[in-house]
Write a protein that binds this ligand. Sequence first.
Ligand code: ADP
Ligand code: ZN
Length: 725
Amino acid sequence: MPAVAEILIPLALDTAYSYAVPPGLTLAEGDVVQVPLGPRETVGVVWGLDERASGGNLRPVTGRIEVPPLSEPLRKLVDWLARYTLAPKGSALAMALRLPDEGAQRENPRIGVRASGRPPARQTAARGKVLAVASDGAVRGKSALAKEAGVSVGVVDGLIDDGALETVALVPEPVALPPNPDHPRVPLSDAQRDAAHDLIAAPSPASAPAEAGGTILLEGVTGSGKTEVYFEAVAECVREGRQALVLMPEIALTAQFLDRFAGRFGVRPATWHSGIGGKRRERIRAGVASGDVSVVVGARSALFLPFNRLGLIVVDEEHESAYKQEDGVHYHARDMAVVRGRLEGCPVVLASATPSIESRVNAQSGRYRHVSLPGRFGGRPLPDIKAIDMRLDKPERGRFLSPPMVNAVKATLEAGEQALLFLNRRGYAPLTLCRACGHRYQCRNCSTWLVEHRFRRALVCHQCGYAERKPEACTECGAFDHLTPCGPGVERIAEEAAELFPDKRIVVLSSDFPGGAERLRQELETVAAGECDIVIGTQLVAKGHNFPHLTLVGVLDADIGLTTGDPRAAERTFQLLQQVTGRAGRGERPGRALVQTYQPDHPVIAALLSGDAERFYEEEIAAREAAGLPPFGRLAALIVSAEEREKAEAHGQALARAADPPPGVMVLGPAEAPLALVRGRWRFRLLVKTERGIDVQSYLRDWLARGPKPRGNLKVAIDVDPQSF
Ligand code: ADP
Ligand code: ZN
């Protein structure tokens, strides 16, 4: 009597489906199988098995697929992810089951041949040619040998059958060489050694009391040597024969990091991100599952790899908003890393110079252990940070660099050092206005202004990518010479810098850099090598990079991020400004930073200037607590979107009428989302704010179950713990 298997299918389905297990097929939970679904065959994972049930009238499982099964902790992570984010369980499974692209070929084991020394039973001219080539004893592929001898592959096959050639399996190149934890390396400072010791001594959650947990916040200013410290924990993990995962926010730009890893461990680690192709992806998955790959450095999706003996997770730059996935399953990779660590019984290290408020609060309350590094490595001073009050030190008309900024750049260049001008705005100008009729150029799909990109000679929407040629005359009133760029982007700053310093080498670094990621990487290397005088960049240059010749950082508009209505605006701005000013003086010479601002007394700017991060954290944590904002209360957002504005708004209102919030829950809205129109869809938002102890997921589930159901092109997206609003 066939048993029944519950198969979870990686589609937007909430539950597993029942199938019969055909006789002769032995299945275990976690196995990847092929099953019929409607008229098609699809892939699924065994989520449950009932040996005693009768699958008599159920459709049978087609068969097992030879890919690594999903371990129990990984299956629990999928369950957890679905429950927490309210995503369909099948969608959560899809994250853990990134199979090779359809059409990507499975790799066949490669076979090589060489002469065996036995003479063939029958000799021909063609056979003679093959044996002459093979007489050197080298191993060649069959077709390579045939080609070299100028004969068909059939001749080679005949010699194999005859025993004159023998076959050898070619060992495929490993996907990553094993890192050597005891590779010769720089000695650690005392502070680093202590911190590394603290990390390694981390009690695993299994042995620790429930409250202590296995999560550690590793905090230290930029340049304090955190990377070297967590490398020790990685080394220890490898020594114990376990696997380590290092998560990075922007994997495409970490060439420097991979070199450092190679410096510490002798080889580069396996890397994982969405750009990795089907075949390689499958090999890494297989290597991770078998344990052959011991360290993976990856973007957030690496969290769902089938590690079989995970011993450590590091989340570098844990405060980064890039860890939050904002489409599909809305999850935060830092939080999921903590969950996976708990399920695997392994420690999780969150590293940052500017931790998130959430992690800081968890460290203070004792839920996370707190390990700190004092000051910069080698006693290098932190940059001296000063404000330029833009109300007093005005730039010339049509300019954006104030006189003190210009002087500082000049002095830096005269000393043979490098300057970075930071402005978090891509393109030439964020707004184009017709001075004759007042028309402003707006995206046709989104509620955004079009940004002029002079290099591309286009007006571009940064939301949806829509672009149009910049017109000669106003498209509204026809006036010539009246289209005026308003405000600066990095391209405009570059133009100003080129006029001020005509014989200096200037480079603009933003995600618009022509030539793609590889060219950008090369350019970052030339900057690091000092082959450039002035760098003008967006947040792309704020993080992670080490520019040893850089001694001046000029922040051109420190106030940009402070004026949004977002409750995380202060935290974000503080983190970004700390990071970017921290780029200065990481080499031999000390650095300084100048910050142009209209609000030098704003708490964020004041904390930055005083170098008193502690004060910022205290004030911000107190403010969040008073307002009941995360992590002292909980937030979730429902985004209703549709092609017609009225439809989205009406559905939002109908949802609000069905909200029926219990005590401790507040439902706000619907209100137009901050970006009301994106890619042709109107968006309205409902915000749920609850007290800390409330189970926001079960409230949302009940609410959506009794509320109106979306129809047609209308969609409702759920975002638990939204990062911006
Ligand atoms: P963080 O990750 O805290 O920003 P890093 O680990 O990048 O700091 O270290 C900052 C700089 O100091 C890097 O250039 C690094 O090579 C150097 N450094 C860190 N630790 C050591 C050490 N023990 N010996 C020599 N150089 C070190
Ligand atoms: Zn647009």
